[in-house]
Design a protein around this ligand. Sequence first.
Ligand code: PMT
Length: 398
Amino acid sequence: MNSLINKQVVLGVTGGIAAYKSAELVRHLQKIGARVRVIMTPAAQEFITPLTLQALSGHPVHTELLDPQAEAAMGHIELARWADLILIAPASANFIARLCHGEGDDLLTTVCLASHCQIAVAPAMNQAMWKQTGTQENIAQLQARGVKIIGPAQGYQACGDSGPGRMEEPDILAKQAATLFDSGLLAGKKVVITAGPTREALDPVRYISNHSSGKMGYALATAAMEAGAETILISGPVNLSLPDRVEVVSVVSAQDMLAAALEAVEGADVFIAAAAVADYRPQHNADKKIKKTADDITIALTKNPDIVATIAALTNRPFTVGFAAETHNLENYARKKLLDKNLDLIIANDVSDKSIGFNSDDNQVTLVSPKQVESLPLMSKVSLAKCLIEYISTHLIA
Ligand code: PMT
């Protein structure tokens, strides 16, 4: 779909004459929305300077595995978690062999080992090196492990040869990178997602709410759209840009969210409740601002409808997924919610940890279904959303 909006790309540059094209590649990736960080191997720095790629990407280029300064800021593990895609372009024959053998003796190979995101490789080498059995076997092994190989293109080579081995052109590479997020796994399906907080009015200027930013639900909506689903996002009040090609229904209160969900869920295959819905609302919503007279006031609250449980109770209900925001005893509380709300799957996150859960860019979750419990590693909400959509699509078919 040619868009990398909100996607974080680590561009790995290895040693080869095509490294000069990486500068243009940074621009093309940014043009279609990506945030880019660059890692260069020592050999890459013989062909193009880190300064060029720093100026273009707007960030220091990462070059050393054992660099105390870099580790204090964004070290190899942070880079690995940050990435939604690692794109290695150009990828030399030597780098491909080292990636294939699981080596971790420099920054780029280590980040690849430590990451759970999609890895894509754009080979660039002499045509004879490309045709070598060793290289072809390495490429086949990487493909079998899910690494995407983009190119190489055919044509004139810097060494004077002609044949396969030229790095794919930067504009084509950027477009191909964007299509890696388009899985088609939910093509023909309809997915409804709730996101963000709800606000429960006390009077015209005050409300009860929570710290949900909507990032998790918005990432899920983008991932569902990229998987080919017709996607409706029912959003509480948040400060995020609207996702592309997603129908957004804006709501304020839990009651509004329930009404919107009941309408949207007609004919839906999947319902995902990522919103942090206020469990209670003030019994009275005053017409006029409540004046500050008494020293203490008591606010009577009444229970809000449970949106995800209401959807799960429908006849012909969609595959219904809830989230469980817990501060302790994660799996047990999640399992109780799974059963009480009659869900197909619940995604438990520990919201006591400020680096995950509410308002963070990362999350770490445990998937609890009636038959299975599976913990996923810490990753960005964008990468997690992609994993969750993949998981849901396989369980929809099963
Ligand atoms: O928005 P972010 O800042 O990115 O943060 C993400 C998140 C932490 C909000 C998200 O990952 C999350 O955990 N969402 C659910 C928060 C929550 O309300 O959890 P809960 O355990 O209170 O509710 C369980 C489930 O019931 C949730 O799916 C919730 O959407 C749903 N629910 C709850 C109450 C209610 N009245 N109606 C509901 O549908």
